[in-house]
Structures are given as C-alpha cells and as structure tokens.
Design a protein around this ligand. Sequence first.
Ligand code: ZN
Length: 271
Amino acid sequence: MFSGAEYVARMHELGLRTFRVNPLRKTPKWLWLAHGVGLVMLDGSWGRPMTEAEWLACDDTEPMLVFLNHRMTDRKSRLFACACCRQIWNYVSNSALRNAVEVSERFADQEATQSQLSAAARKARRVASDLREAAMANTPPSNWATGSYPAAEAAALVALKGIGLVRTAARLARAALLINEVETIDHADLLRDIFGNPFRPVSFNPEWRSDTVLALAHQVYEARDFSAMPILADALQDAGCDDEAILSHCRDANQPHARGCWVVDLVLGKE
Ligand SMILES: [Zn+2]
C-alpha cells in the first residue's frame, strides 16, 4: 500500500505525470484543439512508417498507434481503450468508473446515445478527480487501492466522445499495472488482436458465415468469453474457410482476445 506522496513519486519515476490541473475538467475547447494541432506538428505522426516485422515484434503501443493513425475507425480505437481498462478491471473498482467503460463499449456499437455517454463520463470524471485530489493531498481514501487513480483517469477518458485520447488512456492503464509491478498481457498484443496485421488485410468470404459460425461469434462477442475461439475455427473450417491467418488466430492459445478482435469482427461484419 502506497501513501499518496509515495504514490505520486512512483508515478513520476515511471515518467507519468499526475495532473495538477485535471485535464478533463473546464479545459476550453480551443486549448484542446491547439494541443492536438501541436502534437501532430511536433511528432509528424500522421502515419509514421513501420515495417511488418516491427509491427509484429513491437511491445510498445505508442508507435503502433501512431502508425495506425488514420487507419483506425473510431469504434476500434474506442474498443482498444476499453480493452485496456478491462485489463485493469480490479483497479476500476468504482461502479461509476466501470459504467463509463461499459457505456463506452455500447456507444462504440451504437447501442448507447451521446447523452448516456456524456452522463457516464461526468460521473467518472468526478470519481477520478476525487482520487487525484486525495493522492495529491496525501490523504488516500480508506478504500484506496494502488493503481486506482490512473485506472480512474483511464476509465474517465474512454467515456469521452472524442477518441483522440486513446494513447493516453492506454498509457494510464499501463501505469495502473506498472505501479503495482504487475506483469500481465501486453497491450501491444491486445492492439494486434483488435487491428490484425495492417500489412496483410484478410478478405472474408461471406459464404463462411454459416449459422453456427454466426451464433458462435455473437456469443463470444456478447459474453466477452473467448474460450470458444478454437470451436469458432472448426466451424469456420466446416463452412469452407481455409484462411491460415484467421484459423491460426482462433487456435493460438497464447493470443489474448478482446471485444473488437479482428476475426470476430470480420465474421460479424463490424469495422
Ligand atoms: Zn482475437
């Protein structure tokens, strides 16, 4: 258990700034715009080149997200940020924070409205703000869990309408793990699960969408339970699918999957 001051010091050690001014509150829109323009100009990041070997081996989501940039749909970006939050679910312990992630996932699939998203974001921001102030004041609340603050900031971020902050959300989610020295699924693997291999786009034959394939994919997607992926591979094969990338992705026991998995999305016709 960290005290607030130790916690802030640890965040700094990890190169993560705790925000003295909450960036999610009362920031004029022009400042966000200037910040965004500045970022693009500074790192020239409108799709920095990357080779396929670099993409496959990369363990840092930052250059991968920069590379993907305009290739990302809003939905995929949002689901990746949500998947990062799901990975730190035990630190996203507050119901308002969890709700922010859940509503954001529904919003990605047009199952939640803009006003539901805004309401969820407002509540999550309040919790994140309280945790930040407690950490800064060195008076962590009694239910304080190390990792809570970056997790709360990440959850509050993913409920924002714009998904331009996906890189920050991923970094905060990573911070919640690093600060506890928890080694777990690499976010880069999650990113590869959601976006696939941008160097080898796979075309999906609609004939492979048999009733069994569709039922399995829907079940996996809704329940976020990917244990049936090898069974999905068998069903796809029965329907005539012979694409090695698809089949091996489903059968690879070491492959983490998240909502937005490129194979499940292909089956369900989602982008
Ligand atoms: Zn997958």
